[in-house]
Design a protein around this ligand. Structure first.
Ligand code: 6R9
Length: 656
């Protein structure tokens, strides 16, 4: 083999069967059923997706062709007409769900609101009319820069209602990041708030919008619509800025859903590349509606009786697919929380679970590790018995964090659904089905029905056994991104040209390392860009980090390669200790030995640095690129605008 693959050294054999009672009532009840679906989808993908699209969604006009595939460009449900907000709202109004809670919202200061389907529909229609009144037409892009308040969901849906693609920018991003995205998307209007509450502080947002628009910084933006959230003083520019509540007061609650072509753009969402400017990932209407709907329904076994809570931010794809569109399309109750664990209330998540009787809880490994560091006392102080399924997304989850999640939060009773996917994929790609799939801690298990995923080398040959390789998808799927906004060549280059077509099949390159074990379980090993090359052995970051986290003193770890004259690269580990442990040379030596014991001498960290902070994106992913520079004593290069907290850099530089 001319190109090196990635070696797997993790040894994890625990297996957890789906709970019997849950399986009996699940949408997909056993592995046999999963295999049948998968076999059908593989032999007849168009029949499989076409049937689901007809059964799960309402269409204004039917499609003439399920898939038009001109690699790497796909069209799904060609000529079909629909509106995703009709599927998320209107179709529920003629059923008993009319007065069911669609959105339950809990604000950080303790305020709360519940909107039924009828109420949500009305507010979405009002804002859709306001957008029209401000000159927004079908096809115009709208920027959204908001905290986690109901108006954020309403804003997305109002745009979709009139066919104006939205582009949500994380409320945590800087004015500069906002400006770049508004310029790239040529946004006509921005929906923002005065500010939001986060971790006991107010975060000003309108100020950042003003800065982004100053000196004609985003010349296409004509108006700014501002929700009053924190109540702090903001400057309103005459003729440009309007208060949401002022315009809502005069707006009609009726607004027909614009008939959209299945392939009309629904939204652009920017993902940060490590180099170059962020890519505008484009999703369209029909395929995305179906895919976010059916993945949530099956992977979380979503039922009408569930109270479903995803802790993501709407500025992340997880918020789009699994706080707003997926749950509402299913007629579910979706919970939205403005807050985050904070010094004044470390147990706030469990308060919310108890208060609303949350039955499905979906969060990120970073949160699970932070929560487990706080110990069992906060979750133990609340009644979590309403929970029946737990999910995770965003990074590989270390087996020990998985076990803690299962034991302490799930009471050893709830299946853990580890969902591997990306902004680009629109929805879950590799994930257990809680009634069907026996789970292994740290594995995302099997491809979702209809997804043909594999692990291959650089030539596209499948790799097996302990050998890891590159995660690819071999057949288009309805939720896939369609292009990079304004740059189809970048789309082709980034995702379709790393690995050549194999046997006439184009391979989507996800940029993640993975391996498949002898039972066919997929294990995600981390980003290919982060692979460490030690004396010719290519190691993924996840396995070494998991070995460190399995030591009782370690709460969180991040490993990177540091240049080494002899070995090429040497493993350097950044380690956050459990609250009750102190750093020492003896402990560093013990941790190195621990890694050797767990996975072998090859993975022995050359250096360990104890720290209290790690650089993370707002969605909780460790930014190893930054750590790599720090470990090698180099300047931090590349885009740091997506870091949640840039003061972390200063702290790490100062040796904290
Ligand atoms: C949904 C989302 C995508 C990248 C992806 C991978 C990592 C996400 C994961 C996971 C291991 C999981 N990732 N889920 N790695 N196990 N369950 O996170 O989208 O922000 O675009 O990030 O996140 O590296 O390639 P996005």
């Amino acid at each position: 083999m001319s190109q090196p693959t990635i070696e797997s050294i993790l040894n994890e054999n625990r297996l957890f069967a789906p709970p019997t009672e849950l399986a009996e009532q699940a949408h997909i009840k056993n592995l046999e059923e999963y295999r049948q679906l998968q076999a059908r989808a593989t032999t007849d993908p168009e029949g499989f997706w076409g049937e689901l699209a007809a059964r799960e969604l309402e269409w204004f006009e039917p499609w003439t062709q399920v898939l038009d595939w001109q690699p790497p460009f796909a069209k799904w449900f060609v000529d079909g007409k629909l509106n995703i907000t009709h599927n998320c709202l209107d179709r529920h109004l003629s059923t008993w769900r009319r007065n069911k809670a669609a959105l339950i919202w809990e604000g950080e200061p303790g305020d709360s609101r519940t909107l039924t389907y009828a109420q949500l529909h009305r507010e979405v229609c009002q804002m859709a009319n306001v957008l029209k009144q401000l000159g927004v037409q079908k096809g115009d892009r709208v920027g959204i820069y908001m905290p986690m308040i109901p108006e954020a969901a309403i804003a997305l849906l109002a745009c979709a209602r009139i066919g104006a693609p939205h582009t949500v920018v994380f409320g945590g991003f800087s004015a500069e990041a906002l400006q770049n995205r508004l310029v790239d998307a040529k946004a006509k209007l921005v929906i923002a708030a005065d500010g939001g509450f986060r971790k006991d502080k107010t975060v000003p947002l309108k100020v950042a919008v003003d800065r982004a628009l100053a000196d004609n910084g985003a010349p296409t933006v004509e108006h700014v619509l501002v929700v009053k959230r924190t109540g702090e003083a903001v400057e309103m520019v005459e003729g440009r800025d309007y208060w949401w509540h002022d315009l809502q007061a005069g707006a009609s609650g009726t607004c027909p859903a614009e008939p959209m072509d299945s392939e009309d753009m629904l939204f652009i969402l920017y993902t940060s590349g490590t180099t170059g400017k962020p890519k505008g990932v484009v999703h369209t209407t029909g395929g995305y509606n179906l895919y976010s709907h059916v993945t949530l329904k099956w992977a979380f076994d979503l039922k009408d009786t569930d109270v479903y809570w995803c802790t993501a931010d709407v500025g992340w794809i997880t918020g789009h697919s699994y706080i707003v569109y997926g749950p509402l399309s299913n007629g579910a109750t979706t919970l939205m929380y403005e807050g985050a664990p904070r010094p004044s209330n470390p147990g706030c998540l469990w308060d919310v679970v108890e208060k609303y009787g949350v039955s499905i809880f979906y969060t990120a490994p970073t949160a699970i590790r932070a929560l487990s560091k706080l110990g069992d006392r906060y979750p133990n102080a609340r009644d979590l018995s309403s929970l029946r399924i737990l999910g995770t997304v965003g990074e590989p989850i270390n087996p020990e964090a998985w076990m803690w999640y299962r034991r302490v939060i799930g009471g050893d009773r709830c299946p853990i659904v580890d969902t591997w996917w990306q902004t680009e994929t629109g929805g879950f790609m590799i994930s257990p089905l809680p009634g069907a799939t026996p789970t292994k801690p740290g594995s995302a298990t099997f491809p979702f029905p209809g997804i043909q995923a594999d692990v291959v080398d650089m030539e596209g040959n499948p790799v097996t056994g302990n050998e890891g390789g590159y995660l690819v998808v071999k057949h288009p799927w309805p939720g896939m991104m369609r292009t990079v906004y304004g740059n189809p060549e970048r789309f082709r280059r980034t995702y379709w040209e790393h690995i050549p077509p194999k046997d006439g099949q184009y391979l989507y390159f996800a940029g993640d390392g993975a391996h498949k074990d002898e039972d066919g379980y997929f294990w995600i090993m981390g980003r290919v860009d982060d692979v460490i090359n030690v004396a010719g052995h290519r190691l993924g970051t996840m396995e070494v980090e998991s070995a460190l986290v399995s030591h009782p003193a370690v709460a969180e770890a991040a490993v990177v390669g540091r240049n080494d004259e002899i070995k090429g690269e040497d493993i350097f580990a950044f380690v956050i200790l459990e609250t009750d442990r102190d750093p020492s040379d003896a402990l560093a030596a013990e941790l190195k030995q621990h890694v050797v014991r767990e996975i072998g001498a090859i993975a022995r960290p050359g250096g360990i640095r104890f720290t209290d902070v790690l650089p993370k994106t707002r969605s909780g992913k460790i930014v190893r690129r930054v750590l790599r520079s720090l470990a090698s004593g180099e300047e931090v290069a590349g885009d740091t605008s997506t870091l949640e907290d840039r003061s972390v850099l200063e702290k790490l530089r100062a040796g904290e």
